[in-house]
Design a protein around this ligand. Structure first.
Ligand code: SF4
Length: 370
């Protein structure tokens, strides 16, 4: 049965396959509980609220007897590291430059489960990064790879550029693959390259410091200590993934949906800043980026512009000082403070400060230029 399942998965375009039991090891549960109790999940309250589901797949669906885990390669042939720090060009994480992976992988998983159901019966639930499922440790148990010091999954045959999807099933499928042993060895490249020291020790990530978290998940004003370190990254950060030496085994994906869309590959910061609500929705219609919404997106673009050193962009940035969103107004003020002379900043403060009522935004007027 298992060879049959694997063959079909590969024929549908999955790049790796494995089966795990629906349980977590004690050490995984303990690490998860520590992560939550130390508040390293930041604002991601859903992690805390659904801890019992994450700790035990049976709590999520009592009928699950096996978990089929599948990987889909999204490597499009280029390391994005050379794009960090480009002036006037935005950096978007590689996984988000193509079409929304949730939709692409869900479609494949649906086809796959329909086929299994016709052949073997059983009930199914499919997940792609959308439910409280500990996908990475379960993928380790299924023999897909190991969790590297950066906490992401690494496969000996794909490197670390791949998505995970999982199928919970009532079928009892015998697990065949052994766990892959850890091959990080003495390497510390991902820890050393992290711009915000988010990997606080090997295998431990403090999400609150992670640029992916700050630019994608975090809904508030991004703390000042991280703004310069964010550089031109407006959606996610690939540094720890891109530096991993195991990527020498990565090969280009066959999934054309994951090739970068031209407009999302190093887009111009100036063009992004000019997007109206409607343009934002249109541009990101098929992309996972749309989920952060226009305000958070413009917040991120303003940080990147503040870091660009391009003084000539200040006249565009100034218009955002009166934006409807306090998130945007605050970062427009910060970006101005990075681009213009101190005296001109003081002049602008005099011009706009009395029109501002939001305390957080007001504090930017008085702290940004310190
Ligand atoms: S960069 Fe090095 S330490 Fe980090 S995950 Fe890859 S092999 Fe492991």
């Amino acid at each position: 049965m298992i060879e049959d399942l694997e063959q079909k998965a590969i024929s549908l375009g999955f790049d790796c396959f494995g089966v795990a039991q629906p349980s977590l090891t004690k050490s995984v549960s303990k690490n998860l509980s520590n992560f939550i109790s130390l508040k390293m999940h930041g604002d991601m309250q859903w992690m805390e609220n659904r801890l019992s589901f994450r700790n035990n797949p049976k709590n999520l669906w009592p009928d699950v007897n096996s978990v089929i885990v599948l990987g889909v390669n999204y490597f499009y042939g280029q390391s994005p590291l050379s794009e960090i720090g480009l002036k006037n060009k935005a950096f978007i994480s590689s996984y988000s430059r193509g079409n929304d992976y949730h939709k692409v992988i869900k479609k494949k998983l649906k086809l796959y489960t329909e086929w299994i159901h016709r052949r073997y019966g059983g009930e199914y639930k499919i997940f792609v990064d959308t439910a409280p499922v500990m996908e990475k440790p379960i993928a380790v148990e299924a023999g897909l790879g190991w969790q590297g010091k950066h906490t992401n999954l690494i496969s000996k045959k794909l490197g670390n550029w791949f998505f995970l999807g999982s199928i919970f099933t009532s079928l009892n499928i015998k697990k065949e693959k052994e766990k892959v042993t850890n091959h990080c060895g003495s390497c510390t490249s991902c820890i050393d390259i992290c711009p915000t020291n988010a990997i606080i020790e090997p295998y431990k990530l403090d999400a609150r410091r992670c640029i992916s978290y700050l630019t994608i998940e975090y809904k508030q004003h991004i703390p000042k200590e991280f703004r310069k370190k964010i550089g031109n990254r407006i959606y996610g950060c690939d540094d720890c993934l891109a530096i991993c030496p195991w990527n020498k085994f990565a090969r280009v994906t066959n999934e054309t949906d994951f090739f970068p869309r031209r407009e999302l590959n190093k887009p111009s910061l100036t063009k992004l800043l000019k997007l109206k609500d409607k343009d934002f929705r249109e541009l990101f219609q098929k992309s996972s980026i749309k989920r952060i919404g226009r305000d958070r997106f413009i917040r991120n673009v303003l940080i990147a512009i503040g870091n660009s050193g391009k003084k000539e962009l200040s006249h565009i940035v100034e218009k955002f000082i009166l934006d409807k969103s306090p998130l945007v107004r605050a970062m427009a003020i910060w970006a101005m403070s990075q681009l213009i002379e101190r005296n001109y900043f003081k002049y602008l403060r005099g011009k706009y400060v009395l029109r501002e009522e939001n305390l957080w935004v007001l504090s930017e007027w008085f702290k940004s230029n310190e």
